[in-house]
Design a protein around this ligand. Sequence first.
Ligand code: ARG
Length: 285
Amino acid sequence: MTLIAPDTRPAQRTAVRRTYLMCRPDHFTVEYRINPWMHPEAPTDTARALAQWQSLHDLYVSLGHTVLLVDPVPGLPDMVYAANGGFTLDGVAYAPRFAHPERAGEAPAYASWLARTGFRVVEPRETNEGEGDFLLAGDVILAGTGFRSSGRSHEEVGEVFGREVVSLELVDPRFYHLDTALAVLDPVPGPEGLPVIAYFPGAFDERSRAELERRFPNAILVGEDDAVWLGLNCVSDGRNVIIAEQATGFERMLRERGYTPIGVDLSELLRGGGGVKCCTLELRL
Ligand code: ARG
């Protein structure tokens, strides 16, 4: 009798070149409080934010990705969080409509950049914060609500792109955007056929957790220790996953699943409540 050992090697992961939009934190500071991470009374260090942001930018470029830049606008300190600048797919950009008046001025800045770059820009009727709350997972759009994007924006984004939308309810104010609680690791479905996602279950209500378990039985479940560094606020090209370097548990899990995690320090930008993914908008022209 021949015993054949089961194949326990992690899946082979393939990197796919992406195009990202970023915004230099020239005007970054924390001067208002719209999420629990922000403490306007504590001074920020813009030069440090710039240096950390630059390393992230240069890392993307060294991995072969294309990074485009939108000009930062004075007086809009949160504009560095480009993920909130829209949601793009098939050459169409669904523009944001911010929940807080402090960020309202960013919407036209991003919308006009996207139009100039060749996207057909759709102006929203509903409150939504772009890729902060909408993440493409295979054919479906995972959509967060509870703090920023409205439930009605989920219907709207579904109509705009003609895709199925899975609404997920966020319940923990620390994880106020979907991209702080959940990450899609395969920009195109990986070897399992289904994209691998990672999430912190505690950020979601019970119904949403059940929905995620049913749809993504292969998901990586991340603990609170990693989530509180905004470890899930990461960017993956299908193989390389850029994460907060403090999220060491998540880093280990990624390795076990065949990904190559690369840790970066964005601690200064974390003081505005954002991490790697927040600083990065994927452009799907
Ligand atoms: N200070 C910003 C806000 O509260 C941070 C945005 C983070 N962006 C993100 N995609 N999660 O709106």
